[in-house]
Write a new protein. Structure first.
Ligand code: IPE
Ligand code: IPE
Ligand code: MG
Length: 239
């Protein structure tokens, strides 16, 4: 019997590697950016659904520190779509009650996009619907380097001694500082790797890899991933 959302509460925090846009476009003989546009639509659908079923945190991998290796044309297409999405999100905020956070080094984005990120974050801070953590120019290794530098600076300025460092203290320097670790990480597209996503936070996450390409990812696929999560035996190193 397939479980539906009526049967069980979803995990508090779900993270998704939104992968497969390029292959989706290729299959249709379309340019890669048409795949990214369809992927943005899938994100709108799934963020909305996550909110209605009561997910508290939805973290989505939108652009990695390695995605700069793509063509200028593809990158500028992705950035344009992000800008359009953020403008729309700011406009519809009062209706959707989504709270936005951004994980990643935003300094490499255009000043215009950086401003949209800051506006989306500050103007949505009071909303209590789902929190969407948008990973933009995000890399798990880059995040750990950023945190190590920030801690080192706090040692130099006398706020901490080196031996103060604990797992909890280090967690507080990450982009995800106030966010619980994701219980469930979903990767569509058939690839079986993390591609530098949430390296620290995924220590005990359950991974669900799915063959569907991200633009085709439906509400039913999210239900399926959650049902699979509920069937897992999480031991956290115990028995
Ligand atoms: C994910 O889809 C979107 C980004 C990485 C920006 P891809 O563009 O990686 O799609 P595939 O993996 O080539 O199909
Ligand atoms: C991971 O997908 C990054 C995002 C989905 C934003 P990639 O397509 O960049 O990962 P690889 O290259 O297949 O590992
Ligand atoms: Mg990919």
């Amino acid at each position: 019997m397939e479980l539906t959302q009526k049967d069980r509460k979803p995990p508090r925090h779900i993270a998704i590697i939104m992968d497969g846009n390029g292959r989706w476009a290729k299959k249709r003989g379309l340019p890669r950016n048409a795949g990214h546009a369809a992927g943005a639509e899938a994100f709108r659908r799934i963020a909305n659904y996550a909110r209605t079923i009561g997910v508290e945190y939805l973290t989505v991998y939108a652009f990695s520190t390695e995605n700069w290796r793509r063509s200028e044309e593809e990158i500028s297409g992705i950035m344009r779509l992000l800008g359009a999405y953020l403008r729309e999100a700011i406009r519809d905020m009062a209706k959707n009650h989504v709270r936005f956070k951004f994980f990643g080094d935003l300094s490499r984005l255009s000043p215009e996009l950086q401003k949209l990120c800051l506006d989306a974050q500050s103007q949505s801070a009071q909303y209590d619907g789902v929190q969407v953590n948008f990973c933009l120019n995000y890399g798990g290794r880059d995040e750990l380097v950023m945190a190590a530098k920030a801690f080192a600076a706090d040692v130099v300025n006398g706020k901490h001694a080196p031996e103060d460092l604990t797992e909890d203290l280090l967690s507080g320097y990450l982009y995800s500082a106030d966010v619980p670790d994701p219980e469930l990480i979903i990767r569509p597209s058939g690839e079986l790797r993390t591609s530098n996503f949430l390296l620290w936070q995924s220590a005990y996450s359950e991974f669900v890899f799915m063959d569907v390409l991200w633009p085709d990812f439906s509400e039913k696929d999210l239900d399926k991933a959650i049902a699979e999560f509920h069937g897992r035996n999480r031991r956290f190193g115990g028995v």
